[in-house]
Design a protein around this ligand. Structure first.
Ligand code: ATP
Ligand code: MG
Length: 567
């Protein structure tokens, strides 16, 4: 549904169409009805891996809502499960979240800081007759739970007295029992059609140290009990989560109600972001890292946030992508090409357009004075004159792309071939006169003559050429390594096989180790981004690039198969 508002700042009759997603519509209703007066959202990652582009969706959504409604956005580490979490991920998550939302540091909380409160809530439930200690084994609990079509049956321990439950729960906390010997369960309804409501476990015994609370606890709360309490304690208004939690919502509501939180939060679910033929799940990314298919969590072929950043994606391009892909209540898959469109759009007008030759062969201009190097004025971005110009050296010997010359070209090939004239970008017209090959027939050098009258910017209109090629001056060019990427997944076969293994594309990485770039690039800093004219957008690698050995990652090629206006 689109809401049309008159924008009073405009003198003319223009109207601004603000379309609201379904979550915003719900928030509007809640504000109108007075259910909430302040909006507070959160992003609650489990610190058990690096964040990926799916998490970015949740971060941008939650932070965006808080911003839109002048509310507060919290980052909360959901560190209630001591078996899986590692402190090392906390720093990377904080860095990634901050980067995605544009630099500001959100308030940071730890779910483990609420363990006392959660314990207090559990005791409250016991006292209300709403929770009991159960001695069934895990297998028995499963058996008693029933199935989707059959109701469960009551545990024989369900009717323990409040006193006995309080005593047993205290002794669980005091470490008297082994792991798995007892659990605390909510007393709800073993015949509920929703399995999550069949007396779910809310506390379990685990004699494990916790990275934050050490050995203080040997009982830990289960997610479905802990999460609503975390939200309620922080004063979250809208607890936004992904669709798989829809069936858990009745339990969420039960917990905040029975624990008697005032003005409790409300859970709203949205569909996860999936990218076609791209590995997004934390578990699967982890496997690629552990199996050595990629070289670490920030390998530029991955879509972890660290990897996207290293590859050269900007936070604003990722935000634009989320804007375009929208927020929905039903699962769908987005195209990676749309993300590529966003980064091209983001860099197009603001990054320098420079020349780099990825697969070089020599071009020798036989009528250009030997030993002379002239400096040409070249615009930094043809579409954005505000970016000014730079000096680019030009001389008798240049490098051009191997693919820009053919001995025997097909029809409609407008680049260099014997007898043909082309423009050297921002320089002169040259006509190919000859070439040299090695013993295998590979071209090693191309010869040509230039016409001094045709200098770019001189106003020459004498004749036209159909092809323009890029080049770099041979004696001043800097050598560089360039890494080209393809999808990590073999797209013909899809991501996963039936056994859960992945179809890896053997050509996902191509390393070109002898490329030549304009000398000005030697001044670049890691993370700097450029358009290499005709070949794409590139980023100086933040990990491997050194002043004496530049390494560029190709973020994306120039060509686009995606248009936002076409499906
Ligand atoms: P994964 O699905 O990769 O295993 P996770 O859900 O286990 O991730 P959490 O740390 O629990 O990872 O996730 C933190 C938040 O990010 C949760 O609120 C979760 O719903 C959300 N989230 C995870 N994956 C996606 C996704 N693909 N799209 C949108 N939100 C996501
Ligand atoms: Mg999870």
């Amino acid at each position: 549904m689109a809401e049309v508002t008159n924008n009073e700042n405009l003198d003319n009759e223009e109207t601004e169409v603000v379309s609201k997603n379904f979550i915003e519509q719900e928030i509007d209703k809640d504000l109108e009805s007075g259910r909430y007066s302040d909006i507070m959202t959160r992003f609650p990652p489990e610190p058990n891996g690096y964040l990926h582009i799916g998490h970015a969706k949740s971060i941008i959504l939650n932070q965006g809502l808080a911003k839109k409604y002048n509310g507060i956005f919290n980052l909360r580490f959901d560190d209630t499960n001591p078996t899986k979490e590692k402190e090392e991920f906390v720093d990377s998550i904080l860095e990634d979240v901050q980067w995605i939302i544009g630099g500001e540091k959100p308030p940071v909380y730890y779910a483990s800081a609420y363990f006392d409160k959660m314990y207090e809530c559990a005791v409250k439930l016991i006292k209300k007759g709403k929770a009991y200690v159960c001695d069934l084994t895990p297998d028995e609990i499963r058996e008693y739970r029933g199935t989707l079509t059959e109701p469960g049956k009551n545990s024989p321990y369900r009717d323990r007295s409040i006193e006995e439950n309080l005593d047993l729960f205290t002794r669980m906390k005091d470490g008297e029992f082994e792991d798995g010997a007892k659990v605390l369960r909510a007393k709800i309804d073993m015949s509920s059609p929703n399995i999550n409501m069949r007396d779910p476990i809310i506390y379990r015994i685990a004699h494990i140290s916790h990275h934050n609370t050490g050995d203080k606890w040997c009982i830990y709360p289960m997610y479905d009990f802990a999460h609503p309490i975390e939200d309620a304690v922080e004063g979250i208004s809208h607890s936004i989560c992904t669709l798989e939690f829809e069936d858990h919502r009745p339990l969420y509501d039960w917990v905040v109600k029975e624990c008697e939180f005032e003005n409790p939060p409300r859970q709203i679910e949205f569909a996860k972001l999936y990218l076609k033929n791209v590995v997004t799940g934390k578990r699967y990314i982890k496997k690629l890292v552990e199996d050595g298919v990629v070289d670490g969590w920030d390998d530029p072929r991955l879509v972890s946030i660290a990897a996207l950043r290293r590859r050269g994606f900007t936070a604003s391009s990722i935000r634009m992508f989320m804007e375009l892909s929208g927020v929905s209540k039903s699962n769908s898959t987005s195209d990676y090409a749309m993300l590529e469109y966003c980064i091209r759009e983001d860099l197009k007008m603001v990054k320098p357009r420079v020349m780099a030759v990825l697969d070089p062969i020599k071009l020798i201009i036989t009528n250009y004075p030997e030993g002379q190097v002239e400096e040409l004025d070249v615009p930094n971005n043809q579409e954005n004159p505000d970016m000014g110009t730079r000096k680019v050296p030009f001389s008798r010997e240049l490098y051009i792309e191997r693919g820009d010359f053919m001995i025997d070209p097909p029809r409609k090939y407008f680049r260099l071939y014997p007898g043909n004239e082309v423009r050297l970008m921002s320089a002169y017209f040259v006509t190919c006169t000859d070439y040299k090959t090695d013993e295998n027939g590979n071209v090693t050098e191309v010869y040509c003559t230039y016409d001094p009258e045709t200098k770019s910017g001189s106003g020459f209109t004498g004749r036209k050429v159909k092809g323009t090629i890029h080049w770099v001056e041979a004696t001043t060019a800097k050598e560089a390594e360039v890494r080209l990427y393809e999808n990590l997944i073999d797209e013909e076969k899809g991501v996963y096989n039936e056994d859960g293994s992945m179809n890896i594309n053997p050509n996902s990485l191509t390393v070109l180790d002898k490329c030549y770039v304009e000398p000005c690039l030697a001044e670049g800093a890691p993370g700097d981004k450029y358009q290499f004219m005709r070949t794409g957008y590139f980023c100086l690698d933040t990990k491997d690039s050194k002043p004496d050995h530049m390494v560029f990652n190709r973020i994306v090629s120039m060509k686009s198969s995606y248009r936002p206006d076409k499906k």
